[in-house]
Design a protein. Structure first.
Length: 153
């Protein structure tokens, strides 16, 4: 029996607000109560972003709610969490974020088949309001074409 990955949180607004170019998978360092809260689905990626500082990559503003059965040692919901990447990947991200003006946006957080917490990051460039409208128009046009083709069959 094949195990499936369990998606904990999905950032659906990222595709609407940003133009995504590359996708990168990174490991995520979590404490014990964060893992238990994540398994309960208490993760929100609405305002989260990735940051490369020095020789390390970090996930900032990702909200992981406090564990309901935690004690006084429960975690801070908005703390910055370390991302696990190879040195070459960090250098590549550092160059693209500083020189090209791209942003690291978390697209989804999930547990891998082996039970490890992973983050899918996307290199993104922010869309202007008119770009968003244009993408909505093209999406609607493609839907209408699909409907017309379906009715014709």
């Amino acid at each position: 029996m094949e195990q499936k990955i369990k998606i904990l949180s999905d950032n659906r607004s990222a595709g609407h607000n940003y133009t995504l170019s590359d996708r990168i998978e990174a490991g995520l360092v979590l404490s014990g109560t964060e893992v238990k809260s994540a398994r309960d689905g208490k993760i929100q990626l609405k305002d989260a972003y990735g940051e490369v500082s020095g020789r390390e990559a970090w996930l900032c503003n990702a909200h992981i709610g406090q564990y309901s059965h935690g004690n006084i040692m429960n975690h801070d919901p908005l703390r910055t969490r370390k991302l696990l990447l190879h040195r070459k990947e960090i250098n590549k991200l550092l160059g693209k974020t500083q020189q090209q003006g791209l942003t690291l946006i978390p697209l989804r957080i999930y547990f891998s088949k082996r039970g490890l917490a992973k983050v899918e990051l996307g290199l993104a460039k922010g869309k202007k309001q008119h770009d968003r409208r244009e993408s909505i128009k093209t999406r609607e046009a493609s839907r209408e074409v699909e409907r017309a083709m379906k009715e014709r069959r």
